[in-house]
Design a protein around this ligand. Structure first.
Ligand SMILES: [Fe+2]
Length: 419
């Protein structure tokens, strides 16, 4: 059944990719035909449009034919080929929608305005007819009305550029804007000795094509500067099967040399070889908790740290993870998927740390409206959620999946203090 869903998804994506770009190409060619360019330039411009669309899809053809590259590529391929593909790929559907909405408005305008013009003309005719000199005054208003229409046309065309500008910002600036966020979380009955503890949570690294040496170095530097008492990594170390994890492992090894590091697996981590991944992380000095838990001593006080498997790819089991632990102690649970929070509220766990959502990567906030693609998969999109005595913190992640961009959801390093 899962295979047929996947097949249907592929067919749908292929239809959107081909039909939307085909439409945009045809529309651009129509614009060239109606433009004032000379007959010699028009064919050249049409060839330029078609070859640009083909060029912007080269990484997609490569992925279909050969597969996704697993090692980060050289900047000479990333900047002229891969990033333009990412910017175009994340904008063209929006450009298509803007054009369609503007077509709808101009359709309404064409029906409504002639009717209004006729009505206005009749009224003016009745009022102005006795004085013929006023007719010449009316004709002097025409240039300004044509000017307004031209301005609206140009502004309408300018809006088409907006998705490309937003995507460029999301790919080149917002995606690497690693932000440190402080979170104070109230834990019922927390011993005073644990109130000075500083915890850092990171999530969804997605090491690979868009999370290479340069990006990893930036967030590692920030975590090292914070010097927390412990570091939690809530899954999705890789983006796709066989992605190179060596840079990420080096980072974990470096950080675990001067702070305890705990982690759990995310759904993407099972696409590779999760056993090899688990072993590699253990060798790098981190503890990867897979339905496991252990006691941790801080300021002579013990707390429980548990981690569960991902519910999309395996079976999370908090009871198994905590079976050897003293349930009377404060517990921190690592669960990649925040939806597991609904199933474990009965255990009264004071703090669950999750990731998975990336905060939707794009978050549009308008008065009374909050649009986030993450809402399609969970009601816990990002940040702190408290129900009774249970807290859930959803970290929006460091890396990206799909298109490598973020808008209004910066990659986050969360510094948590329990109070
Ligand atoms: Fe993820």
């Amino acid at each position: 059944m899962r295979f047929y869903y996947f097949l249907a998804f592929l067919v749908l994506m292929f239809t959107i990719i081909v039909s939307v770009q085909w439409y945009l190409g045809k529309r651009a060619i129509r614009c060239i035909n109606n433009s004032g360019f000379s007959a010699r330039k028009k064919p050249l411009l049409k060839v330029l449009i078609v070859s640009s669309i083909i060029f912007l899809n080269l990484p997609l053809f490569y992925t279909f034919a050969v597969g996704r590259p697993h090692e980060p590529l050289s900047p000479f391929i990333m900047y002229p080929v891969v990033y333009p593909y990412a910017i175009w790929g994340s904008s063209y559907v929006l450009i298509f929608l803007i054009l369609k909405i503007s077509d709808l408005f101009s359709f309404i305008y064409k029906i409504f305005i002639p009717l209004q013009d006729k009505k206005q003309h009749k009224t003016e005719y009745r009022v102005r007819r006795p004085d013929a000199t006023q007719d010449s005054d009316r004709s002097s208003d025409l240039p300004s009305s044509i000017g307004k229409r031209n301005f609206l046309k140009i502004a309408g065309k300018g809006i088409i550029v907006a998705p490309v500008l937003c995507s460029s910002y999301g790919v080149f600036l917002a995606r690497e804007n690693f932000t440190v966020k402080d979170a104070e979380i109230k834990v019922h009955g927390l011993p005073d000795s644990l109130k000075t503890m500083r915890i850092v949570q990171i999530s969804d690294i997605h090491a690979g094509l868009f999370m290479g040496k340069k990006e990893i170095r930036e967030w590692v530097k920030k975590v090292a500067e914070i010097k927390p008492d412990m570091l939690f990594i809530t899954g999705d170390f890789i983006a796709s099967p066989n992605d190179s994890i060596s840079e990420c492992l080096d980072a974990v090894k470096f950080l675990s040399s001067f702070m305890p590091v705990y982690g759990c697996l995310g759904n993407h981590d099972y696409w590779g070889n999760e056993e090899v991944l688990t072993k590699s992380f253990k060798n790098s000095g981190a503890r990867l908790l897979r339905n496991e838990g252990e006691g941790f001593i801080f300021n002579n006080t013990e707390l429980n740290i548990c981690g569960v498997e991902d519910p999309m790819r395996s079976t999370p089991d908090f009871e198994k993870a905590s079976k050897n632990l003293n349930t009377g102690k404060a517990t921190i649970l690592l669960s990649h998927n925040p939806n597991y929070f609904d199933k474990i509220k009965k255990y009264d766990i004071p703090l669950t740390l999750s990731g998975h959502t990336h905060g939707g990567q794009i978050n549009i906030i308008l008065p009374g409206i909050n649009i986030s693609p993450a809402r399609l998969i969970t009601r816990y999109t990002r940040g702190l959620y408290t129900e009774n005595r249970c807290n859930l913190y959803v970290n929006p992640g460091l890396g990206t999946i799909g298109f490598p961009l973020r808008l209004n959801v910066p990659p986050e390093i969360t510094v948590i203090r329990l109070v």
